[in-house]
Design a protein around this ligand. Structure first.
Ligand code: CU
Length: 176
């Protein structure tokens, strides 16, 4: 069967790089890569949020538009048992809580890491494809958003609303 690979190419506010997600089949783990430069120690958490960025020229990167974290199983981040960082089994986290599951970008200028995620589907109703990735600044208020879409040849777009940034993930089907 055909695998899936989706990517957000980031070129916003000086930050360059990408998030890449690849899953060979619904029964395989997802390989999740983060490659970002020029973070300038300004950002920290990043998540898959519920909805895609509304349009290619969007100035609408707020949570009103992209929703909260992608969390179809209802993990409770307010619980005392919710993991504060990496090291717990992936079913303990919101699917979209990538920074808690894998690595915060706190105090980073450049990252180039690949992780194995056991709960980050690119297939089925819990898929992250067609949603958004948001990078939050360290103050927890400002954020940068990207949107996941598996259609091919979609043009990367950029918009900058105050300090929020929106960009689409471009996807391809890959042979597994
Ligand atoms: Cu977020």
């Amino acid at each position: 069967m055909s695998g899936k690979e989706v990517r957000a190419v980031v070129n916003m506010a000086g930050i360059m790089g990408y998030f890449n997600f690849r899953q060979a089949s619904p029964f395989d783990v997802t390989q999740f890569s983060v490659n970002l430069t020029n973070l300038a120690l300004k950002v920290g958490p990043y998540h898959v949020h519920h909805f895609p960025v509304p349009s290619v020229r969007s100035t609408q990167c707020s949570n009103d538009n992209v929703g909260g974290h992608w969390n179809p199983f209802g993990a409770n981040t307010s619980s005392s048992t919710y993991p504060a960082g990496p090291g717990s089994t992936h079913d303990m986290y919101e699917i979209g809580d990538l920074s808690a599951k894998h690595m915060s970008l706190n105090n980073s200028d450049a990252v180039d890491m690949t992780f194995t995620d056991f709960n980050l589907p690119l297939f089925g109703k819990n898929s992250i494809v067609g949603r958004s990735v948001v990078i939050h600044q360290n103050d927890g208020v400002k954020e940068h958003a990207t949107s996941a879409d598996e259609s091919e040849n979609q043009t990367s777009t950029l918009s900058n609303l105050s300090s929020r940034l929106c960009q689409y993930i471009q996807g391809t089907h890959v042979n597994s």
